[in-house]
Write a protein that binds this ligand. Structure first.
Ligand code: COI
Length: 355
């Protein structure tokens, strides 16, 4: 990993803050952006010193490689207001490592740690007053890297743009989510890019999710592997099932994102004394547990969604309703995770990086 120090970041401040236009009581997710953004360009094998600029448009040519071949990656991270004042990032080292893993898989240059981390911290310091202090709200961080050659041949790009934007956010989903396990669509297979946070992984889910919606579900559950039977993830989240008192989640196999929240939830569940089983998990196995009355809870995990309950699972003729109000294990884990993020309880695993 390249380290180093940053030349002074050039900062061009926004002439007027937009913060007074934002309704912090009804934030939703992903609609409001803070006053500034960080931008760093890569050309001729070198990263230029990043700049902090007023949030605004980034102009690219119609021939820009990202528009044609989708060479783009991103991350989702959060900063939280702490119980006793101040702000902290949650496990930013994990997102940084995954960002550069995604970059490598998509044949892009790694972003140096000092550009990513020091740039991010400077940006957050400048827009710190945008971090919401309401329970369940946070400052969502979206780092992005895209290929920006003005060239229409298919090849690894030579020039790139890296940027970070910040959004004050509330909940990603308004209510517990119903999911339809997709029979005829797949999101990823072994050897592909399912584990990388690349833009196309999300574009390809849009049509299947629209079809799930037409059938009365809110989101999709992705299946893959032999016989197209093995659960990968749901919507934009990793997935957990509580079955016969144990937590089950699909084992990492390179077809889905190795979630930072997933890993944190496994740790917290074990801290709370629960058994967590990471295994190749087929939809048939979950249905068997459900038929025996042993599917007790299901929830998704992700940075945007945190820990989010599943209310219903559909697959072919199987249609099973859960009772999110009785998801005691998922709720306890969610509470514990939120308490750690806001430092309302001790940060026993050293997950917070204070700004
Ligand atoms: C996240 O959970 O941060 C994500 O990136 C998922 C989604 C909003 C695309």
């Amino acid at each position: 990993m390249e380290t180093g120090t940053l030349n002074a970041i050039k900062i061009q401040k926004s002439p007027k803050s937009r913060i007074s236009e934002v309704d912090f009581d009804h934030l939703g997710f992903g609609r409001e952006f803070t006053d500034h953004m960080l931008v760093a360009r890569y050309t001729n094998g070198t990263w230029e010193t990043p700049e902090i600029l007023p949030y605004g448009q980034i102009s690219i040519y119609p021939a820009s490689s990202v528009l044609h071949y989708g060479q783009a990656i991103f991350e989702g991270m959060k900063a939280h207001r702490l119980q006793n004042g101040g702000l902290a990032l949650f496990r930013p080292d994990k997102n940084f490592a995954r960002f550069n893993m995604s970059a490598k898989r998509m044949s892009m240059p790694e972003v140096p740690e000092h550009v990513f981390m020091e740039g991010l911290k400077e940006l957050i310091k400048l827009d710190a007053n945008w971090a919401p202090d309401k329970e369940g709200c946070s400052l969502y961080i979206r780092p992005v890297l895209f290929g920006n050659d003005s060239f229409i041949g298919v090849r690894t790009s030579e020039s790139y743009v890296f940027f970070i934007i910040l959004c004050p956010v509330g909940s990603y989903y308004a209510e517990p989510v119903s999911v339809l396990a997709m029979e005829q669509y797949s999101r990823a297979e072994v050897g592909g890019v399912g584990h990388a946070k690349t833009a196309g992984n999300y574009a390809k889910t849009l049509l299947p999710v629209e079809e799930a919606k037409k059938k009365g579900f809110k989101d999709a559950m992705w299946l893959g592997g032999e016989g197209h039977k093995y659960i990968q993830e749901i919507g934009t989240m990793n997935v957990f099932f509580v079955m016969d008192g144990k937590l089950y989640t699909p084992e990492i196999d390179g077809t889905f994102l190795e979630g930072v929240t997933r890993e944190s939830v496994i740790q917290i569940a074990r801290d709370l004394g629960h058994e967590v089983v990471e295994k190749k998990l087929s939809i048939d196995e979950v249905i068997d547990f459900a038929k025996k009355g042993l599917l007790q809870e299901a929830f998704g995990t992700g940075t945007a969604a945190t820990v989010h309950h599943i209310s219903r699972i559909g697959y072919q003729d199987f249609d099973f309703s859960l009772q999110p109000e009785k998801h005691f294990i998922g709720n306890k884990i969610k509470e514990e995770l939120e308490a750690i993020k806001t430092n309302s309880i001790p940060d026993r695993h050293g997950w917070l990086v204070k700004i």
